[in-house]
Write a protein that binds this ligand. Structure first.
Ligand SMILES: [Zn+2]
Length: 506
């Protein structure tokens, strides 16, 4: 036999695509030609595959080998094709029975000694195999549990090339997924831990209910981080589709815990302000790694001390926040990752970060304005909810031993408010109040009566409120109304919405 074909999966962003590995052996000078847009790693596959075959005790066909990866137009990156190429070469050389690997997705990197090494992105690869109609997959042992998350695919594991060869020849068996015990999820931080801070707690609840981005401005010790970490605990659990998306991104990043399960909890990512652009938005060589922005997809991205981030880093967030995806340009094509995140930024009111009113703080009003000014502009424009927090005072701690409302109770109100918003906006294609364009809220049937928004109108006319600020207040008022179980916001909800945006005026 001088021709063989086996199946593999290539990843472009989080999307897997069926790749056929064709091998042809012809008489001529010994050598291997790889075609089909291979990148550097794939070219190295040639040497790895050859060494792995020889070190597995097999004969290397000393003829002219052509390995073609189809479709040629699909960019192919990484080392996940090794195992399929090796199997294709052996089948083509007549060393393996021709039918043994029909309809099987073969995934894995080879070591020079013939060991099968784990790869990143097995979950989206096996999901793509299922979509392409393949019902069986052979994956590296270390990735097998993760692969079993995909329904409808019989997943088998290999630790060595030899085992795969033995299986096809009928002399060995593939391994079942190990089914490692899943480490228990660490308990999510709970709102019950937050003492005082009624404004901060309310801001978290409103942000969760309306899907609003949130800015927390306050001195050290005001509990900004503590509040931000608790937003995921009041967000709804991820549904099947969202969970698969989130788990796929973490699979590509190689960050899934052992044991293989869907991530159901909205993720929380808090990159440090010294984080590189690549670690925030994604990048790196080979398969571009998702950054914190994509690891927070369907969850929360928290930027603490936001004014300390380099401005080009903050600027790089603007477009992905708008479009819900980030495009990474690489040699040989682009990679896209999803970035539908809820953003929380936190900032001290001044650069010295000493408590306000502390005699040690000598920052001038101008220095304070400049400091927060670093945040202004396009990024801040997208943040509906801007809250000023105060340092905890002794008075806040009175009654701290009383039971405080926990995340479960808040999450129940959030879920009910989100359901109301979804019903209202679904004909227009929006799900949360944060997605609703301001213009829609200023027109019938959603326009509010003048009696209820009179003070906002006045502030707008006097120039004390910008048009965007006006729209943001309306969005928040609708969320508060949903939380209160009302049909539409009244003067009280509009007033509270204005208060929750007090940070803008300060
Ligand atoms: Zn200061």
């Amino acid at each position: 036999m001088s021709y063989a074909k086996v199946c593999c999966i290539g990843l472009v962003g989080v999307e897997g695509h069926l790749v056929e590995v064709e091998v042809d052996i012809a008489p001529g000078l010994p050598g291997v030609t790889l075609t089909g847009l291979p990148d550097t790693a794939l070219n190295e596959a040639r040497d790895r595959v050859r060494a792995a075959i020889v070190n597995s005790g097999e004969e290397w066909p000393n003829r002219r080998l052509t390995v073609n990866l189809l479709p040629a137009t699909l960019p192919k990156r990484g080392s996940a094709f090794d195992l399929a190429i090796a199997a294709g070469i052996l089948a083509c050389a007549g060393e393996l029975p021709p039918v043994g690997l029909d309809g099987v997705a073969i995934l894995g990197e080879l070591g020079l000694d013939g060991a099968v090494r784990p790869i990143r992105g097995v979950l989206p690869m096996v999901a793509a195999a299922a979509r392409a109609g393949l019902t069986r997959a052979v994956v590296p042992l270390q990735n097998a549990d993760e692969a079993t998350v995909v329904p409808g695919v019989d997943v088998r594991a290999v630790d060595t090339l030899q085992r795969l060869i033995g299986f096809v020849r009928g002399t060995d068996t593939l391994l079942p997924p190990p089914g490692l015990p899943q480490p228990p999820l660490p308990p999510a931080p709970d709102l019950a831990d937050v003492a005082g801070q009624p404004v901060g707690r309310r801001a978290i609840e409103v942000a969760a209910a309306g899907g609003h981005h949130l800015a927390l401005i306050g001195p050290p010790g005001a509990g900004k981080t503590m509040l931000a970490e608790r937003l995921p605990s009041v967000l709804p659990e991820l549904d099947d589709l969202a969970a698969l998306e989130v788990t796929a991104v973490h699979s590509i990043a190689g960050m899934l815990p052992p044991g293989g399960r869907l991530l159901r909890r909205p993720p929380f990512q808090a990159p440090h302000h010294t984080a590189s652009l690549a670690s925030l938005v994604g990048g790196g060589s080979g398969i571009a790694r998702p950054g914190a922005l994509s690891l927070a997809h369907r969850g929360v991205l928290f930027l603490d001390e936001a004014p300390e981030f380099a401005s080009r880093v903050l600027d790089s967030l603007r477009q992905p926040l708008e479009s819900g995806r980030v495009t990474l340009n690489r040699t040989g094509g682009t990679t896209e990752y999803p970035t539908r995140v809820q953003l929380i930024i936190a900032a001290n009111p001044c650069p010295c970060a000493k408590p306000a009113g502390d005699s040690a703080c000598e920052c001038t009003p101008l220095a304070r304005r400049r400091y927060l000014g670093r945040l202004s502009g396009p990024l801040l424009d997208r943040i509906d909810l801007r809250v000023r927090l105060h340092a905890m005072r002794a008075a806040d701690l009175v009654g701290v031993d009383q039971p405080r409302e926990g995340s479960t109770a808040v999450a129940a109100r959030v879920a009910q408010a989100r359901a109301a918003a979804a019903v209202r906006w679904s004909p227009q294609g929006w799900r949360t109040n944060a997605e609703v364009p301001g213009a829609a809220l200023r027109r019938p049937p959603w326009q509010l009566p003048a009696a209820d928004i009179g003070r906002l109108q006045t502030a707008l006319d006097r120039g004390a409120l910008t048009a965007r600020g006006f729209d943001r207040t309306l969005r928040l008022a609708w969320t508060i109304s949903d939380l209160d179980g009302l049909d539409r916001p009244g003067a009280g909800e509009v007033a509270e919405a204005s208060q929750l945006r007090a940070g803008e005026h300060g």
